[in-house]
Design a protein around this ligand. Sequence first.
Ligand code: NI
Length: 206
Amino acid sequence: MKAPLRLAFSGALILLVLAGAILWLTRPGPGGAPDAAIALPAGTRIGGPFTLIDDQNRPVTDETYHGRWLLIYFGYTFCPDVCPTTLQTIANALDRLGKTSARITPLFITVDPARDTPSVMARYVRQFDSRIVGLTGSEPQIAAIAKAYRVYYAKETPKDGTAYTMDHSSFLYLMDPKGGLAALFGPQVTAAELAAAIGQKLGQDK
Ligand code: NI
């Protein structure tokens, strides 16, 4: 195939795969309602060691949160829609969990460390919930944790010279106290679904 044709073909193929993935992720459960948690193929590794900086400007690693349940979300503070909605969902789910929420540390990790300094992160997360911890770091530190959690992100610079945005995948990761993935949720998850699924997982770990 000629190069432009080949490019168009691989573009179409990528779109097809993406559409398939979206359909699969949003497929209805047995009861007709979408499943709150997403099943991953067996053997998919998510997570691992990291080194970052928290919103109080302190260095943190995975060891800092050892023995805690983590609810991790990747995004950025300039995000116009999905990030604020998801952080509000997290805050509402924590409220629904009541006392159980004390066993979880919700982490909001930026994919835009150039703008999301520790103080920017601190101001932002507090708008949603004082329990949410904002994490940032150097570009390589963010790239490393994004890779470990299979997070896609890319800078989008508009031609009109307005501020750039970040294209990014939007999943919620519930990590167990040993650092393993306990559940994965899509951005459409409701606070009620999230709280129910988290409550169930934590209930099994009394
Ligand atoms: Ni976002």
